[in-house]
Structures are given as structure tokens and as C-alpha cells.
Design a protein around this ligand. Structure first.
Ligand SMILES: [Zn+2]
Length: 337
């Protein structure tokens, strides 16, 4: 999800930070974490509201003014089932089985498919983006997206976090949205395909699904309906630290942080800033406000990322709930804008 080159961008951004580091060594936990000026919302925003989880759990949409609480155990179960298919790179059998599995769990939603053939450095592959639409009363839509393919080139890579976590979480979001009357924007859940590069990350070898869908939506005018594009990627890490992303839209990142504060989850958000290359980029280029919710510190120094160590034991249902609740709350805040 991130290009090696964005690490360099990150380091470039870290130079002024290092200066500050020399001046205020105690303010930093460790080298490499950028000190951030707290957004205004942190100081002036509303205090976290204490809502007993039991009061709202599993009752989506019944009390539109209450904070969302997804079913964490159910989200985790989806992730387990997704990972149980094994490695799921574009074009393989497990990938096909996962497509069928997603379809079976999305009964009752209006499904759309964006199917095409991608030319990759290793030849042509079928790519299948899956879109589940949940209608709202207000014209326009909030997109919540993830990718469901897994990295091809690492043998035995099951992508519990990278590919699995977002895929399972969005299925649980579908449960929360199904049958709920939304007074705000429609919500479109999107399982993007072909996020991973086949050989080495580049402009042309990566983001196959998102580049195609963004272009399609630009051509047919759909892009004008999309009020915001929220992306969830690598959000299952038990030690959840969602990074602020310089390639995301600042006001939308602020809104995500406001949602996190309202839920009392702000300690899991934005301690560090990166410039992330991910499925949100093609939509940003198409003029859509975007926010990438990603924790790119998966194991010490991101050591589990793109390795066979990306397994279920590193994940936590709580992290899925934190991300899921914040996504739904951000959508609700967007409704009020
Ligand atoms: Zn990846």
C-alpha cells in the first residue's frame, strides 16, 4: 500500500521535525515519529461522550443521534473466514471463492460490479471491484472502501491485516447499514481489487482496481455524487496507531479525528504523519475528498508488513471496532455538513 518512495518523502518531511527533536527530546517517544501540532479539534473539540457499548450495540440506525458501535466479534469472524481462504492474489482460486463469499454476505444490498482485465508486468489478470450501495435520503454518497486482494509475490502470504482486516470490517459495516433508514447520504461500500503490485510498486504496477473505478466514475459523472472517499487498510493490528496521511484531504482527516474524539478513540489516531500511496490516490486525483485510515506500523518498525507474519494472531476485534465506529461516525458527521 505504500511505495518505498513514500518512506523517502516521509524522511524529507522529518528533517524539520528532527530539528525540533534536538530542541525537545522529551516530547518524542522515539526517532521517526513526527511531532504533530494537535489539530484545533483536540483542544477545542467535544469531550469523548461516554455511551455504554451495550446501549447501542447491534442496533444500527435505530437511534441516529447515538454513536455507532459495530459488532467487533462478528467483524473478526469475517476476517477469520476471509483469511481461511488462504493467499488471495488476483486471478487465483481462493480469490474467486472470496468473491463468491462476499456476494453471499451482501444479499439485500444493491450490488454493482466493475469488472475488467488488467495488463500487468506478469500478463493479463481479471479484476473485479465490488460495490454495495445502501441508499440515503440526501443526494450524494459517502464511499467506504478497502481492498480484498492479497500480495502475490510472497509465497504463503495470507494478508490477515493487509487485505483481510478491511474486507471483514466492511462486511460488518454492511450489517450495520442493511435495513437502516439513513436520513443522510447514501453509503457505498467498495471492495477494491488489484491494489497490490504484481512485481514492484509503480504508477502502472499497483492500484489496478481503484485506478479503473476512479476513471470509470469520472467518465460517467458518478464522481460528482461522491462527497467523500474513506479508505480502510491495515486497520486490524492489535496495537492500533492510525497514521495521519499527507496525501489525504486535510479537512476530511480532521473530520475523522473529530469522530475519533467523540468516540473516545483519539489515542489511536494521528500520532504520526506519513505520505501514503494507496487506493485513495486515484479518487483524490479525480477531485474527491479522501481519507486513508491506515496503520503503517504493523509490528515494530512495520516488520510484519508484506511478510508471512501478517497473520490473525496479530489482530484484535477491538481495532476493527475502533476503525468501524470511526468510519460510521465520520459518515454521520459528513451528513451534517
Ligand atoms: Zn499490501
Amino acid at each position: 500500500m505504500i511505495v518505498p518512495d513514500s518512506r523517502r518523502k516521509w524522511l524529507a518531511a522529518a528533517v524539520p521535525a528532527l530539528l525540533m527533536l534536538l530542541l525537545a527530546p522529551l516530547a518524542l517517544k522515539r526517532l521517526g515519529r513526527l511531532p504533530q501540532t494537535p489539530p484545533a479539534t483536540q483542544a477545542a473539540g467535544p469531550l469523548p461522550t461516554a455511551v455504554p457499548a451495550s446501549a447501542t450495540a447491534g442496533q444500527p440506525g435505530e437511534h441516529p443521534d447515538e454513536l455507532p458501535h459495530i459488532n467487533a466479534a462478528r467483524a473478526m469472524q469475517y476476517v477469520r473466514e476471509v483469511v481461511a481462504f488462504g493467499p488471495r492474489p488476483i486471478g487465483n482460486e481462493a480469490h474467486k471463492k472470496l468473491e463468491t463469499y462476499l456476494g453471499a454476505h451482501l444479499k439485500g444490498a444493491t450490488l454493482e460490479h466493475d469488472d475488467f482485465t488488467a495488463a500487468t508486468p506478469d500478463g493479463n489478470f481479471p479484476i473485479h471491484n465490488i460495490i454495495a450501495k445502501f441508499p440515503g435520503a440526501k443526494p450524494g454518497a459517502v464511499v467506504i472502501a478497502t481492498h480484498y486482494d492479497t500480495l502475490m509475490r510472497v509465497k504463503g502470504f495470507v494478508g490477515a491485516n493487509d487485505g483481510g482486516s478491511g474486507t471483514g470490517l466492511l462486511l460488518e459495516l454492511a450489517n450495520q447499514l442493511r435495513g437502516a433508514k439513513r436520513s443522510g447520504y447514501s453509503v457505498w461500500l467498495v471492495w477494491l481489487d488489484g491494489e497490490e503490485s504484481v512485481r514492484q510498486w509503480s504508477q502502472t504496477d499497483s492500484l489496478y482496481g481503484s485506478r479503473h473505478l476512479a476513471e470509470k466514475w469520472q467518465k460517467d459523472g458518478t464522481v460528482k455524487e461522491v462527497k467523500a472517499f474513506l479508505l480502510a487498510d491495515m486497520i486490524g493490528d492489535a496495537d492500533l496507531n492510525i497514521d495521519r496521511d499527507q496525501n489525504s484531504t486535510p479537512w476530511l482527516e480532521d473530520l475523522v479525528f473529530q469522530a475519533a474524539i467523540q468516540l473516545g478513540y483519539q489515542s489511536h489516531f494521528f500520532a504520526r504523519t506519513l505520505a501514503v500511496q494507496d487506493d485513495h490516490i486515484p479518487f483524490a486525483k479525480a477531485g474527491v475528498p479522501v481519507a486513508d485510515l491506515i496503520d503503517f506500523d504493523y509490528g515494530y518498525n512495520n516488520v510484519f508488513w508484506h511478510t508471512t507474519q501478517d497473520t490473525l494472531d496479530k489482530l484484535s476485534p477491538k481495532s476493527l471496532a475502533i476503525t468501524g465506529d470511526v468510519l460510521l461516525e465520520t459518515a454521520r458527521l459528513l451528513d451534517q455538513k
